[in-house]
Ligand binder design. Structure first.
Ligand code: GRF
Length: 218
């Protein structure tokens, strides 16, 4: 097998998507490996998950920097030292500067708990319930300077049930996220998806792999 693509994961908290990526990378034929995990918040659960998996962790507290760009430069330097080629945002609760985003353009992806372009931003599940939508889901997309707006790599749908609460919808969506994110990272690491200008371009990919509804991801 060819070398695995070294990947950095940025987190701010719980790290359940990070764990899903760790589990995927543990499979012998997975095309990526997690070379480092960086959190902007100390002592979060996700850091412990990474340490348990033997992955190098770094805390870069944003409070220690005067400017957003300075924090992002430290982030960039840490990723460079870990020699990563791809970066996954996994619950990273910090807006990145345009300079950072442009530098990593096409190699920086995020997971969002809605079917984008609907329900960008925070507090997604409450807004989905209030809207009366009957289907929700999650999206992995390339990161561009505008929040939650980059070209879509993959999506998974989940039903919104009549008696759903924010918690039950979040739990169902998160289960889909945990399957979708490794799938999307695999497509990127295998260069079966690329960012070309403003579009995600796919090669050697079946329809079922691109648009996923209750999918058989594996
Ligand atoms: C997930 O819902 C993800 O979609 C969003 O933030 C949450 C992070 O959860 N961007 P976790 O830290 O991966 O458990």
């Amino acid at each position: 097998m060819t070398a695995r693509v070294r990947t950095g994961v940025l987190i701010s908290g719980r790290g359940s998507n990070l764990q899903a990526l760790i589990d995927a990378c543990a499979k012998a034929d997975f095309p990526a490996e997690i070379a480092c995990v960086i959190s902007n918040v100390a002592n979060v659960e996700g850091l412990a998950l990474a340490e348990r998996a033997g992955i190098a962790t770094h805390v870069i507290s944003h409070g220690g920097f005067r400017l957003r760009e300075e924090f992002d430069m430290e982030l960039d330097a840490t990723l460079a030292r870990a020699a990563v080629s791809l970066v996954c945002l996994a619950g990273f609760m910090r807006v990145l500067s345009d300079v950072f985003v442009e530098k990593w353009r096409g190699r920086l992806i995020n997971i969002h708990p809605s079917l984008l372009p609907g329900f960008k931003g925070l507090d997604v599940h409450g807004r989905v319930l209030a809207s009366g939508a009957r289907i929700s889901g999650c999206t992995v997309h390339f990161v561009v300077p505008e929040l939650d707006s980059g070209p879509i790599i993959a999506q998974a749908a989940v039903p919104v049930l009549a008696d759903d609460t924010e918690e039950s919808l979040s739990t169902r969506t998160l289960a889909a996220e945990h399957r979708l994110y490794p799938h999307a990272l695999k497509l990127l690491a295998e260069t079966r998806v690329k960012l070309d200008g403003e579009r995600a371009v796919f090669t050697n990919i079946s329809d079922a792999e691109g648009t996923l509804i209750n999918p058989p991801f594996d």
